[in-house]
Design a binder for this molecule. Structure first.
Ligand code: NAP
Ligand code: MG
Length: 483
């Protein structure tokens, strides 16, 4: 008898399985099935949207601090399963266990942060121009919100969409990524166990194309928050705009880290290595271009290659592993394709460049951390998102040249600079075309209490996380009162 667990969809407070299912496999060992998931249909999305619509008035009218109490309780439930959740994430997504646990911690923090916002939820109160008139604006929820999430932060991203949506009084339909649906399922389970009223939270796993179309077309759904690829984001934009839905899109990037000649070499190397390769380069905020000033170029490249060669690739469940596998076969093939393109355009990797094979690697999607130096801005590797452990290093003549190269991209998610010059650091802050900037830190690694999101082609709509999340998940009702 198989002991593989099965995970049902959650619609109107019930766990439902339609009959069809799909496997969630471990990318470090594809023989291992982490679980089977009910494969939802468009009809399931319609049922979920209808349930969410029916539950809306009750949830929206519950005092926000009471909604917060349910989120606090769910956070406590997640806390009790902390180690289990971390291990499950490593097994379904591939990132190392310490990274996975860090992400579970973040999801719990996000739930608690937004739970507490239930008793703040500021509106606007200002003096009126008129005598004996009282003016104020209160926040109100939008209604049913669809949440579509990617596989790379399988618990943090669902958490940072679900928690603010719920605390604002919206009801939700969650569609997780098919490669790593278990983490989002655990959030739903925790909310169920915390006693969330039926219909407030609904979860439908399955094909993005089919369920995405159903979500965009489901009449009760008034807003969609999406994180994923540009192609899908642009499709949602086109379709959802026909119904004038509120949308929020977080998409791709080609994030630069500028290394100036005055940077602390050791920490610049550490920061770029971390941002380019940790989580297998599969963070939306990962550095994929290092733009290095002439004066430090040779020393930086040599030190980074030396550091990168020390990274240990393997099953993220094992201690001492730095880099896990690519999330699936498609992602591995994309990485190898871009390495091939870089070579065909005249590049030779200074380290890496190959899929890893042999004992411990043959059953997973492992690839070596790879560095190409002397990449030119017109090369494909300088322009297109790889979403894997492949770094392009570009040479800059000076600070202005580095700024020009850094901004020469349609994307604008994250950007970083390594410098000890305060004036240049501030100049960078004002000139960098990205939504998330770091200085003397890795380009990746954000905190939940601040706005998150990009600019240019990386993002569309209001920011996520922190107080900014309310701009998407709520609306104002403005009141003028004569007394
Ligand atoms: P993806 O293929 O766009 O998938 C994202 C989600 O959309 C998944 O749940 C997917 O379902 C679903 N989906 C697929 N086709 C759809 C459709 N036609 N309509 C509606 N939903 C659909 O992206 P991914 O490969 O999972 O993630 C990698 C990409 O996400 C990268 O480009 C990365 O830069 C970006 N990303 C951005 C951020 C950010 O904050 N800006 C964060 C993380 C990732 P299935 O899984 O079933 O296909
Ligand atoms: Mg998986």
């Amino acid at each position: 008898m198989s002991t593989i667990p099965h995970f049902a969809n959650y619609i109107n407070g019930e766990w439902v399985s339609s009959g069809k299912s799909f496997d969630n496999r471990n990318p470090a060992n594809t023989d291992e099935i982490v679980g089977t998931f009910a494969k939802g249909s468009a009809a399931d999305v319609d049922a979920a949207a209808a349930a969410a619509e029916a539950a809306f008035a009750g949830w929206a009218n519950m005092p926000a601090p009471a909604r917060g109490n349910i989120l606090f309780k769910a956070a406590d439930i997640l806390e009790k399963k902390f180690d289990q959740l971390g291990a499950e994430m490593t097994r379904e997504e591939g990132k190392t266990l310490p990274e996975a646990k860090g992400e579970v911690r973040r999801a719990i923090n996000i739930f608690r942060y937004f739970a507490a916002e239930g008793s703040r939820m500021n509106g606007v109160m200002v003096p009126s121009e008129r005598e004996r008139v009282h003016v104020f604006a209160v926040r109100k929820p939008i209604g049913v919100v669809g949440l579509v999430t990617p596989w790379n932060f399988p618990i943090a991203i669902p958490a940072w969409k679900m928690a603010p949506a719920l605390i604002c009084g919206n009801t939700i339909v969650v569609k997780p990524a098919s490669a790593s649906p278990l983490c989002a399922w655990r959030l739903v389970e925790a909310l169920h166990e915390a006693g969330i009223p039926k219909g407030v939270v609904n979860f439908v796993a399955g094909s993005g194309g089919e369920l995405g179309a159903a979500l965009v077309n489901a009449k009760p759904v008034k807003a969609i928050s999406f994180t994923g690829s540009n192609d899908v984001g642009h499709w949602i934009h086109a379709e959802a705009s026909k119904r004038r839905m509120r949308i929020q899109l977080e998409m791709g990037g080609k994030n630069p880290t500028i290394v100036l000649a005055d940077a602390d070499l050791k920490s610049a190397v550490e920061n770029v290595c971390n941002a380019a390769f940790f989580s297998t380069g599969q963070k939306c905020t990962a550095t994929s271009r290092a733009i290095v000033e002439d004066g430090i170029y040779d020393a930086f490249v040599a030190a980074l290659v030396e550091r990168t060669k020390k990274l240990k690739v393997g099953d993220g469940m094992q201690a001492g592993i730095d880099i896990g596998p690519c999330v699936d076969k498609g992602q591995l093939e994309t990485v190898l394709k871009y390495i091939g393109i870089a070579k065909s355009e005249g590049g030779e990797p200074l380290c890496g460049g190959n899929q890893l094979t042999g004992e411990g690697y043959d059953k997973g999607y492992f690839v070596e951390p790879t560095i190409f130096a002397d990449v030119k801005p017109e090369h494909t590797l300088a322009k297109e998102e790889v979403f894997g452990p492949v770094l392009a290093i570009l040479r800059a003549k000076d600070f202005d040249d580095a700024m020009r190269i850094a901004n020469d991209t349609p994307f604008g998610l994250s950007s970083s600079i390594q410098t000890s010059n305060l004036s240049k650091a501030l100049d960078y802050v004002y000139r960098a075309e990205a939504g998330l900037l770091t200085i003397n830190l890795p380009s990746a690694g954000v905190e939940y209490q601040l706005p998150f999101g990009g600019t240019k082609d990386s993002s569309f709509g209001p920011k996520e996380q922190g107080p900014a999340a309310f701009d998407f998940y709520s609306d104002f009702k403005t009141v003028y009162l004569k007394y």
